[in-house]
Ligand binder design. Structure first.
Ligand code: NAG
Ligand code: NAG
Ligand code: NAG
Ligand code: NAG
Ligand code: NAG
Ligand code: NAG
Ligand code: NAG
Ligand code: NAG
Length: 339
């Protein structure tokens, strides 16, 4: 009897929830600018992404991926933990895909392509029945819920926020900055192609003495510096420098334009390329490497070795700071561009 009553109450509750959600449902772009892919350099990217969001029945998850390169497979918790896609609850192989959250409770999604789930392409969320008609879009207060360290939405330290692109001319007097390329998205093929890295770079000022940190999964990408011509045509046969072991740290030792791309077949063409302008030395604490400005003032990118390449691992504190601080900027710019 009591059980029956409970069922009735539940049914009513669910109906009300469905009615409400039809008015207030939110569509979430999974991973935001990262899309649905192997998160390079940050295997916790999707738990970070989900950590400050409240999902309710009726909400929609948008999975952005290239058909044939990934899939979205809903699995049990056990299968999720084991990255085992052999007995899925549901599977979507065509991207991009919108998946409506029909039921409350935990939902677990993985990509069943070999190695992808183990490398972090997995998302686990808690879905609740809608209780408030107020829409809850993606402008969370950072302090709201912080179950795990949440680098993607940490407040931005002002030291890493130089003035926007419009005035790159005067040499900034500031300490060297370590920039994590792509922030939490890492060095990857991103949804949005080359515009993703252009957007990432667009609000940053790069100065001699700064460092670029490229995070990616060992063996799945690399970093090459190219001439402008080769960058534009994505010809990676000839490189100025070439580094394979992540994290790749590149010291910006000369002013002028610098061009980077991944030499893996198809990656550059798909947008894994970054062009930046480097201004004169950051003066506060000149780097020990002594990035002496060239006599002509700016160095052309075709000169043999405009940067020094440092391959050793050990992501410095500054690097992590870069991840924490710049992600919000990157994500919001990317969002602004794509919506
Ligand atoms: C994956 O799950 C299936 C059942 O769902 C099980 O038979 C199989 O042994 C599992 N594979 C691994 C590698 O654990
Ligand atoms: C997913 O939903 C969004 C927002 O409603 C819509 O703009 C987009 O076209 C949908 N995508 C697909 C593949 O249905
Ligand atoms: C969902 O919520 C339950 C209870 O609060 C918790 O134990 C579980 O870890 C959560 N799962 C996810 C994926 O957040
Ligand atoms: C999610 O729910 C918690 C607890 O109900 C609330 O404190 C928090 O503000 C909500 N977060 C968002 C982004 O709506
Ligand atoms: C990356 O892989 C190469 C070759 O497999 C190996 O020599 C190197 O130690 C790896 N680097 C890291 C950082 O794991
Ligand atoms: C790069 O090298 C490959 C193989 O050596 C060759 O087929 C291709 O034409 C080269 N590309 C350019 C732009 O030189
Ligand atoms: C660098 O600056 C010059 C002059 O402002 C501009 O023409 C060029 O497009 C810039 N290059 C990049 C990669 O931003
Ligand atoms: C890059 O700069 C750091 C300090 O900023 C220095 O320790 C390192 O040796 C430099 N690496 C190269 C290859 O110049």
């Amino acid at each position: 009897m009591e059980r029956k009553l409970n069922m009735v109450v539940l049914a009513i509750f669910a109906t009300v929830a469905l009615l409400q959600s039809s008015v207030t449902s939110t569509t979430y772009e999974v991973g935001d600018s990262l899309g649905w892919t192997i998160p390079g350099g940050n295997s916790a990217a999707y738990s970070t992404w989900a950590a400050n969001k409240n999902f309710t029945v009726g909400d929609v998850l948008g999975f952005s991926f290239t058909t044939g390169a990934h899939d979205v497979t809903q699995v049990t918790k056990e299968a999720y933990d084991a990255c085992n896609g052999t007995n899925p609850i549901s599977m979507t192989t065509t991207g991009p895909a919108n998946i409506t959250l029909e039921t409350a409770g935990e939902h677990h999604f993985i990509c069943t392509f070999s190695g992808h789930c183990n490398a972090g392409q997995k998302l686990s969320i808690n879905v609740t029945v809608a209780s408030s008609p107020a829409p809850q879009p993606s402008s969370p207060s950072p302090a709201a819920s912080t179950p795990v360290p949440s680098p993607a939405f940490a407040p931005e330290p002002s030291s890493t926020t130089p003035s926007p692109t419009s005035s790159p001319s005067p040499a900034p007097s500031r300490a060297p900055v370590s920039y994590t390329v792509g922030d939490s998205a890492g060095w990857n093929i991103l949804v949005g192609g080359a515009s993703a890295y252009a957007a990432w770079a667009s609000d940053k000022t790069f100065a001699v003495g700064d460092v670029l940190v490229f995070n990616f999964i060992n063996g799945s990408h690399d970093v090459a510096e190219l001439t402008k011509e080769n960058y534009e045509s994505c010809n990676t046969n000839t490189t100025i420098s070439h580094t394979t072991n992540p994290p790749v740290r590149i010291n910006l030792t000369t002013a002028g334009e610098h061009f980077f791309a991944c030499t893996f077949p198809g990656h550059c063409v798909a947008g894994q390329k970054l062009a930046i302008n480097v201004t004169g030395e950051s003066t506060a604490t000149p780097p020990s490497t002594g990035g002496a400005p060239s006599p002509s003032g700016t160095t052309t990118p075709s000169s043999p070795s405009p940067t020094n390449v440092a391959s050793p691992p050990e992501n410095s504190g500054a690097g992590s700071l870069g991840v924490a601080g710049l992600s919000a900027t990157f994500l919001s710019i990317a969002l602004a561009l794509w919506y």
